[in-house]
Write a protein that binds this ligand. Structure first.
Ligand SMILES: Cc1cc2nc3c(=O)[nH]c(=O)nc-3n(C[C@H](O)[C@H](O)[C@H](O)COP(=O)(O)OP(=O)(O)OC[C@H]3O[C@@H](n4cnc5c(N)ncnc54)[C@H](O)[C@@H]3O)c2cc1C
Length: 393
């Protein structure tokens, strides 16, 4: 997404941009929901991708108790969209001739005139700059700053997106139209409506985004990364290979822990999958003629759901810096000075919200935040905020 955003914004200031994607086939999401923060909507409009048929609007965020009664709520009109929809809108801004599937970045060499980028299979390209928008495990960052590594947060997510039509009438009536939280000790469940297959927004054809944060130490997570065939994976297991015993245990816990509507939604997920949570910041995001954007530059825990907005606003800031400076190196320095602290701020905010889960509380401030966020109302005050970067400086 950050690569596509970068191409769109740089093209607007007259640059020739090519996007090189490792995957040999067009990317599709796994029905992942994305929060439509105002910053994301602004970036989509400004990039030319637009916000047409973006998603489903919810009026507010609510918190539930174990019986499913609303304990607290905050009005927050927001459009919930999906990874696939955003990919489709942004992908349409880059013409075929400049979008290259099946190109795997291997290394970059640079001098004062530009970069020489090497891809798998011996392919080489020359350019004025290289933008590393290759995600949390960025190979570009791996070469420029190998010491910067994502850190496991000590918790993970069970996720899925059941079909709207499969949900019980009570679930559809009570929580389907809302952005819902259930916050038992050391856990968080979050749900909201998203579009269906092929961005279908018609009632009855949509899906329901379901996220359940749970705590697991590094050893437990390593065990969860052993698949159904006994093979150990490093970061996560492809959904169809997730062990049946893990799913059975999760369902058993859910029957004891979740309010009825959330349990109904969880049990309707055909293929739940696990995402371990990592984050990191880097002391710099520009290395000569190489600039990092999006998750490759800094990656926050997904509590705010701001990753896509960050990808768009990083790309926008990079294009603005290049437009406003005659010298490319000065422009990249200005981009670094503006966006590195913002990336840092977003990551720190994610860590604050993550203290709710009670993992690795190191400082007095961590413990204070943890205690504060045990109240549903306080969590909503911190998380149901538009423009949180301004609200929590
Ligand atoms: C559980 C969870 C929930 C989330 N919820 C939200 C949300 O509600 N809202 C939100 O805005 N964000 C959310 N995010 C974050 C969001 O998904 C990311 O921030 C966003 O995808 C960042 O885009 P990116 O382009 O920087 O990185 P990525 O999406 O990771 O894209 C990187 C691309 O680079 C390619 N690539 C990697 N290596 C190479 C290589 N060597 N050569 C060529 N190409 C390569 C990859 O194939 C990929 O296409 C969530 C994330 C998680 C994990």
């Amino acid at each position: 997404m950050s690569g596509l955003f970068s191409a769109a914004f740089l093209r607007q200031i007259g640059w020739d941009v090519d996007v090189y994607e490792r995957s040999a086939v067009e990317l599709v999401g796994r029905g992942a929901g994305i929060t439509g923060h105002p910053e994301l909507l602004d970036a989509l409009e400004a990039s030319g991708a637009g916000t047409q048929e973006l998603g489903i609007e919810v009026p507010k965020r609510v918190a539930l108790d174990r019986d499913g009664r609303i304990t607290d709520e905050r009005p927050l009109r927001q459009i919930l969209t999906s990874w696939d929809r955003l990919q489709r809108l942004l992908r349409a801004t880059v013409d075929e001739a400049h979008y290259h599937l099946g190109w795997n970045f291997e290394r970059v060499d640079q001098d004062e005139r530009g970069v020489r980028v090497q891809f798998s299979g011996g392919r080489v390209e020359h350019a004025d700059i290289l933008i590393g928008g290759d995600g949390i495990r960025s190979s570009v960052r791996g070469q420029m700053a190998p010491q910067v590594q994502p850190v496991y947060a000590g918790y993970y997510i069970w996720r899925g997106a059941p079909n709207e039509t499969d949900l019980a009438p009570d679930t559809l009536r009570s929580i389907y139209p809302l952005f819902t939280f259930y916050l038992p000790k050391r856990q968080q469940v979050i749900t909201y409506p998203i579009s269906g297959f092929d961005n279908d927004l018609r009632p009855g054809h949509r899906r329901f985004n379901f996220i359940w944060y749970r705590v697991a130490d590094a050893a437990q997570m390593r065990d969860m990364c052993v698949d159904d065939n006994g093979m150990q994976h490093e970061y996560s297991v492809p959904p169809p290979l997730i062990r049946k015993d893990l799913i059975a245990d999760m369902h058993k816990d859910a029957r004891e822990i979740l309010p009825p509507a959330l349990l109904d939604a969880l049990l309707k997920i055909k293929q739940p999958f696990i995402t371990p949570i990592y984050d990191f910041t880097a002391p710099q995001i520009v290395f000569g003629r190489v600039a990092m954007v999006g998750d490759a530059a800094a990656n926050a825990r997904p509590h705010m759901g701001f990753g896509m907005a960050k990808a768009g606003t990083d790309a926008q800031a990079l294009a603005k810096a290049l437009r406003d400076h005659d010298d490319i190196d000065d422009a990249l320095k200005a981009y670094n000075a503006e966006r590195q602290p913002i990336g840092n701020h977003i990551v720190m905010h994610g860590r604050k919200l993550g203290t709710h889960l009670g993992v690795n509380l190191k400082t007095e401030e961590d413990r204070r935040m943890h205690d504060l966020l045990q109240s549903d109302g306080a969590m909503l005050d911190w998380i149901a905020v538009p423009h949180f970067l301004d609200a929590y400086k």
